[in-house]
Design a protein around this ligand. Structure first.
Ligand SMILES: C[S@@+](CC[C@H](N)C(=O)[O-])C[C@H]1O[C@@H](n2cnc3c(N)ncnc32)[C@H](O)[C@@H]1O
Length: 208
C-alpha cells in the first residue's frame, strides 16, 4: 500500500460525511454529464471516492464500474449504493491500469477531482483513450493549481506525505491539462472553470 492509499483510507469516513462544497457547480456538472449519457452506456469512474457521483448517474446508464485506490472509500460506496437501491454499480479497489478494461469497451470514463493526484498522468490519459470506444466521452474535473499561489503546495508535498498529512498532489495549469487531453486523442467539447482562483477545471472530451 502506498502513502496515498493510506492517506485516502484515513479520510474516507470524513469524506463521506462532508457536504458538497459548491452545490451549484456540482449540479451543473451532473447535468452536463447526464446530457452526454444514454441508457445503454457502460461507464467507468476512476477515483470514485465514496461513490456519491456514481450513485447519481447510475439510473441514467446501463452499468458503472467505480474504482478507487482506497478500500475504505470503496466499502462506503458499496454501502451507500445498497442503501439507495442502486444495483448497477460494481465497486472495486484499484487504479485504472490495474482495472485493465478491454480496448474500446466503454462509452464513458469519469475522472473527478483525481487527475491532479495521479503521478503518471500522461499514461492514465493514454489508458482512458485506449479503453473508450471511438466517439466515447471522457469527463473530468481537475484541480489545476499551476497558475495560482496554490502552486507552491509542491514544496510541501514531500514532507506532508512523509508525515501522512498529504497525498500525492501534482501541479499543472488548465492549458497544460487541456493540451495533454487533446494529445491523448480527444477533442474537447466543453471546458469551464470555477472555484477559488478558478482552479477547478471541468472538461468534456470526445475520443476521436
Ligand atoms: C478528492 S477525492 C475525489 C473523490 C470523488 N471523485 C469526488 O469527486 O468526490 C480523490 C479520490 O481519488 C482516489 N485516488 C487517488 N489517487 C488515485 C489513483 N491513482 N487511482 C484511483 N483513485 C485514486 C482517492 O482515494 C480519493 O478517493
Amino acid at each position: 500500500m502506498s502513502t496515498s492509499d493510506k492517506f485516502w483510507d484515513s479520510k474516507a469516513e470524513g469524506y463521506a460525511k462532508s457536504p458538497i462544497s459548491d452545490e451549484e457547480n456540482y449540479q451543473k456538472k451532473l447535468n452536463e454529464t447526464q446530457a452526454a449519457f444514454s441508457p445503454g452506456m457502460r461507464v467507468l469512474e476512476f477515483g470514485c471516492g465514496t461513490g456519491t457521483t456514481a450513485i447519481y448517474h447510475a439510473p441514467h446508464v446501463l452499468h458503472i464500474d467505480a474504482i478507487d485506490i482506497s478500500q475504505n472509500m470503496i466499502e462506503i460506496g458499496r454501502k451507500k449504493a445498497r442503501e439507495s437501491n442502486i444495483d448497477n454499480i460494481a465497486f472495486s479497489r484499484g487504479t485504472l491500469t490495474e482495472f485493465n478494461a478491454d480496448t474500446a469497451s466503454l462509452d464513458a470514463v469519469l475522472g473527478l477531482n483525481v487527475i491532479h493526484l495521479i503521478p503518471n498522468r500522461q499514461s492514465v490519459l493514454t489508458e482512458v483513450a485506449r479503453i473508450l470506444k471511438p466517439g466515447g466521452v471522457f469527463i473530468s474535473s481537475t484541480g489545476c493549481l499551476g497558475s495560482s499561489y496554490f502552486r507552491f503546495i509542491k514544496l510541501f508535498v514531500p514532507l506532508g506525505k512523509l508525515l501522512g498529512l498529504m497525498p500525492d498532489v501534482f501541479v499543472l495549469t488548465e492549458s497544460e491539462l487541456a493540451n495533454e487531453i487533446t494529445n491523448a486523442g480527444f477533442e474537447i467539447e466543453s471546458q469551464w472553470h470555477h472555484g477559488m482562483k478558478d482552479i477547478s477545471v471541468f472538461i468534456i472530451a470526445r475520443k476521436i
